[in-house]
Design a protein. Structure first.
Length: 71
């Protein structure tokens, strides 16, 4: 999954800690999402999109590999 969280966070002039506080998670969670190491829940994705004034679909995009079944 591709995410544009860092881009939108920087545009909103928010530090990782500030965004984390607004969506009630740890700074480490924001770091992990931005690094692509953690896929947020639906609820967290909706919160992030709301705080950053965009949609979930704009923040997060599926890659071709996301459609392949795991074996």
């Amino acid at each position: 999954m591709i995410n544009k969280l860092k881009i939108f966070r920087v545009i909103a002039d928010l530090k990782q800690q500030e965004l984390a506080e607004k969506v009630e998670v740890s700074r480490q969670t924001i770091i992990a999402i931005e690094a692509g190491k953690y896929i947020p829940s639906t609820l967290l994705s909706l919160k992030l999109a709301a705080v950053l004034n965009t949609s979930v679909e704009v923040l997060f995009n599926l890659e071709e590999s996301d459609w392949k079944r795991e074996k």
